[in-house]
Design a protein around this ligand. Structure first.
Ligand SMILES: [Ca+2]
Ligand SMILES: [Ca+2]
Ligand SMILES: [Ca+2]
Length: 238
């Protein structure tokens, strides 16, 4: 099987997603799935959340960040093939297919790039037009042209990056961080229970707890300069 699934944690994370966007509660949460290394993948995790109202690309980007991930970067055909079932199953309450944001941007006068800075070397455009907004454009999985929105469309389209667009409610999150450098994507380690994530921000507690709180000036050891820094700020705080 190509995927690993975890429905319950995905649903919990979606509750956090709603809070981050201050939206109402009707969110269709998918299971998070992994493109496993043993299947030739990158070990990253993916999930699409369909929100109950339209969002901008920027809001979608910030939502992914609040979950410890980023807007998905579909950088190759194998990665596209892996995540395609997610898009095909990402319907809203009316069984329609809202547009799903991905992490592809083009600022004014620049080439398309992935949100992690990687150049665009593979693409599957449905439609692409000329930039009309100063900030540039973004790509998304979306229905194309004048097709009904309840028809699955699995190619990319472009749109103004900072505007609300009708039926743009899908947020495609990819988790790739490995904060403890053990070669395993942290999100999966949270899902499996190997790591705790008390504040549910997608970052394991072990990467958020200061391992040496006495090292005030952060030299790697606790020494006199730390005490000096502490004494310099002695007294009532504003
Ligand atoms: Ca990717
Ligand atoms: Ca890790
Ligand atoms: Ca955390």
């Amino acid at each position: 099987m190509k995927y690993q699934h975890n429905r319950s944690v995905g649903a919990l994370a979606s509750v956090a997603a709603v809070g981050a966007l201050a939206l109402a509660a009707d969110v269709c949460a998918q299971q998070a799935v992994q493109w496993r290394v043993e299947d030739g993948g990158n070990g990253h995790w993916y999930r699409i959340d369909i929100l109950d109202s339209d969002v901008s690309w920027f809001a979608a980007r910030d939502l992914c960040s609040s979950l410890g991930g980023h807007l998905a970067t579909i950088a190759s055909e194998p990665e596209y093939a892996c995540v395609l079932p997610l898009v095909q199953s990402a319907t809203d309450a009316e069984d329609c297919y809202p547009c799903v944001y991905i992490g592809l941007t083009r600022m004014s006068g620049q080439d398309w790039t992935w949100i992690d800075g990687a150049p665009l070397t593979w693409s599957i455009w449905g439609q692409v037009g000329d930039p009309v907004e100063p900030q540039g454009m973004m790509a998304q999985f979306s229905p194309g042209g004048f097709e009904p929105y309840c028809v699955p469309h699995l190619k990319w389209n472009d749109a103004a990056i900072d505007a609300l667009h009708w039926m743009h409610r899908g947020v495609f999150t990819e988790w790739s961080s490995d904060c403890n450098a053990d070669g395993i994507v942290d999100y999966g380690q949270i899902l499996s229970g190997q790591f705790t994530d008390t504040n549910a921000n997608g970052i394991p507690d072990i990467c958020e707890v200061d391992p040496c709180p006495g090292d005030v000036v952060q030299t790697g050891i606790v020494a006199a300069d730390d005490l000096g820094s502490l004494l310099a700020g002695w007294g009532a705080c504003p």
